[in-house]
Design a protein around this ligand. Structure first.
Ligand code: 5GP
Ligand code: ZN
Length: 107
């Protein structure tokens, strides 16, 4: 999507440093961290939310991306969050998985 901030980040348009990347996803720091470590795992392909994702293989790859990102960062204990829909607190309508670790303030 042309007007989507996470599409632009995933395309490298802002030179955002990726803490982890595969052919299907990128992981980068949240701009407004709610924990000592707060990372977003984002598919390169646009989906508004989890509701729109019907590719189970990609779903598995995203969770694997969470694991690999946490491993790379040496996180022993972490929380994963997916907000789906406005009332659930979703603000960016490009599917993303939060990884939070250390002094978690809540998402
Ligand atoms: P949501 O509430 O949609 O689950 O989470 C969106 C998250 O994206 C928020 O934690 C917010 O801080 C983060 N965010 C919003 N815009 C940007 C941005 O331009 N860059 C980065 N790195 N994070 C962003
Ligand atoms: Zn997008």
């Amino acid at each position: 999507m042309t007007d989507c901030i996470f599409c632009k980040i995933a395309n490298g348009e802002f030179n955002t440093p990726f803490v982890y990347e595969t052919d299907d996803l990128v992981a980068f720091k949240d701009i407004n961290p709610k924990a000592d470590t707060h990372i977003l795992v984002v598919p390169k392909k646009h989906f508004d939310s989890l509701k729109e994702l019907d590719d189970e293989v990609l779903l598995g790859k995203l969770l694997s991306g969470v694991k690999q990102t946490a491993k790379k960062l040496g996180l022993d204990s972490y929380k994963t969050v997916i907000n789906t829909g406005k009332e659930a607190g979703q603000e960016v309508f490009h599917l993303h998985i939060h990884i939070l670790s250390g002094n978690i303030k809540g998402v």
